[in-house]
Design a protein around this ligand. Structure first.
Ligand code: SF4
Length: 168
């Protein structure tokens, strides 16, 4: 079965830094959940950070440095969360991931630039980056149409492989 890794906050888990969620009420997501295709993860919680927690931003990508506004270095927790997220994705052999946009862990295309003033920069979060570097496509909640088309194509391809041959 084709499975999809999902940011837990998009599934309604209250794991955001402020103890809230980013619940995405989308009929296709709800159908995938009923079909048992979704694997929810929160990389920051997997990395050992609590809820609530101070928000963090990426001060540097090379070398990686992620910190709170008060200067607490939370890079080790973010890296551990990214590694664990990848391990879960590989265990479940997910075909792709749906991750929360602009999160320093889950963002797939842009993240805040470390100045804590709302400025974005074009880069993935650490967990999304880990998935992408290991060949797992990552979509965000603003790319649902593209994600759905991708997953449906994966499902169709896997089902055609399992159909009995015509016997010719
Ligand atoms: Fe959501 Fe990802 Fe942030 Fe966890 S780390 S709260 S899953 S965006």
């Amino acid at each position: 079965m084709q499975k999809i890794l999902v940011s837990a906050c998009l599934m309604g888990s209250k794991v955001r830094y402020d103890g809230r969620d980013n619940a995405l009420h989308h009929p296709t997501l709800e159908r995938w959940q009923q079909e048992g295709r979704l694997v929810p993860v929160c990389p920051e919680v997997l990395g050992g950070l609590g809820v609530p927690r101070a928000p963090a931003e990426t001060l540097s990508r090379f070398p990686i440095l992620i910190a709170t506004q008060s200067g607490e270095d939370v890079t080790p927790e973010f890296l551990k969360g990214a590694e664990t997220t990848l391990a879960i994705a590989q265990t479940h052999q997910v075909c792709c991931a749906l991750m929360k946009a602009r999160s320093p862990s889950c963002g797939n295309r842009e993240i805040y630039n470390g100045q804590f003033n709302g400025t974005l920069m074009p880069a993935p979060g650490v967990a999304a980056d880990e998935l992408i570097r290991h060949g797992i496509p990552v979509f965000n909640e603003e790319q649902m149409d593209t994600l759905i088309a991708f997953v449906e194509a994966q499902i169709e391809a896997s089902e055609s492989k399992t159909l009995p041959s015509s016997g010719s």
